[in-house]
Write a protein that binds this ligand. Structure first.
Ligand code: GRG
Length: 298
């Protein structure tokens, strides 16, 4: 999977920074079973879209010292990796393929997978508390940490996941389905953009624009995920397709139908582009990412 040619060109610029930083996080510590399990999922081939978004938002404000925020951007990937490990567990989505390889619990067993998810999450949080380093970043670190904690906890990703698990098919109308997806998928995507802006010292109204963009991008991301679940292959996706239908889940595609879903992709893409318009040419990378998310095939 991952035909890298179809990724926006900014991925070429940022992926080496991100992969290098992720490797360093697990370097030499990868000895005990917990470390091995954490590294297995975090280093598996993912798109790295959350750290890329943080770096793009940082760049948007004229920053070029990307190494300064490399570790803290990777913290977002660790938190994302935790959510995937837990989501794949038998008690949740019960999947056996992720990022093109067997899921964590298939390799390490349920107990270690739960602990690896826990430890990936706390390591991500610890890194957000410590990085970017230096006293100049002290208040920005705290702001970013608060944004991420709020995005992943009882009012964010964990709540979205709980809604997804608990709600019955008939409970989901358009509004509640969009809210669930925004919480489960959108909030961490939005938070990644906000972190980049906060580390760069963006102003309140600029953060608001990033937030508007992130909200639309989050839904766009989920919508394309639902479409891919129907039309793509395990080889391309690196995970099992067709699961939503098999598990009789309400998705945006089952609610809207494929034709309307494809129209809604265009709608959310245009919302993304509208949110970015005040940034002018400086937002070109983020525009390309939004277009990629709308058209992605993995
Ligand atoms: C366990 C609290 C908790 C939450 C799980 C992330 C998540 C919430 C569930 C994953 C289920 C899912 C398919 C969500 C749809 C969107 C999504 C997050 C897809 C996976 O993210 P990608 O495409 O994956 O960025 P890679 O592997 O490229 O990083």
């Amino acid at each position: 999977m991952h035909p890298e040619t179809s990724l926006p060109k900014v991925f070429k610029e940022f992926l080496p920074i991100i992969e290098n930083s992720l490797q360093k996080i697990f370097l030499e510590k990868n000895k005990n079973i917990l470390e091995k399990s954490m590294a297995y999922s975090a280093l598996a081939k993912g798109k790295r879209i959350r750290p890329v978004l943080a770096l793009c938002a940082y760049k948007l404000f004229g920053k070029e010292d990307y190494e300064t925020i490399a570790t803290s951007s990777c913290a977002l990937e660790l938190i994302h990796a935790y959510s995937l490990v837990h989501d794949d567990l038998p008690a949740m989505d019960n999947d056996d393929l992720r990022r093109g390889v067997p899921t964590n619990h298939k390799v390490f067993g349920d107990a270690i997978a739960i602990l690896a998810g826990d430890a990936l999450q706390t390591l991500g949080i610890e890194m957000l508390a410590l990085y970017p380093e230096g006293s100049a970043f002290r208040s920005r670190r705290l702001k970013a940490l608060k944004v991420v904690l709020s995005a992943i906890g009882r009012e964010g990703m964990a709540l979205g996941q709980a809604m997804d698990i608990e709600e019955k098919e008939e409970d989901f109308d358009e509004e509640s389905l969009l809210r669930m997806h925004f919480l489960k998928t959108g909030r961490l995507i939005e938070a990644s953009l906000l972190c980049g802006g906060i580390w760069a010292g963006a102003k309140r109204r600029e953060i608001k624009l990033l937030s508007d963009f992130g909200k639309s991008l989050g839904i766009l991301f989920q919508l394309s995920d639902d479409i891919l679940d129907e039309v793509s292959t395990a080889e391309k996706l690196g995970k099992t397709p067709g699961k939503d239908k098999r598990d009789k889940k309400t998705t945006l595609v089952s609610l809207w139908g494929m034709e309307k879903s494809i129209q809604m992709v265009e709608h959310y893409l245009s919302e993304c582009l509208i949110a970015l318009s005040p940034f002018g040419d400086k937002a070109q990378d983020l525009r390309e990412i939004a277009r990629f998310v709308a058209k992605r095939d993995f």
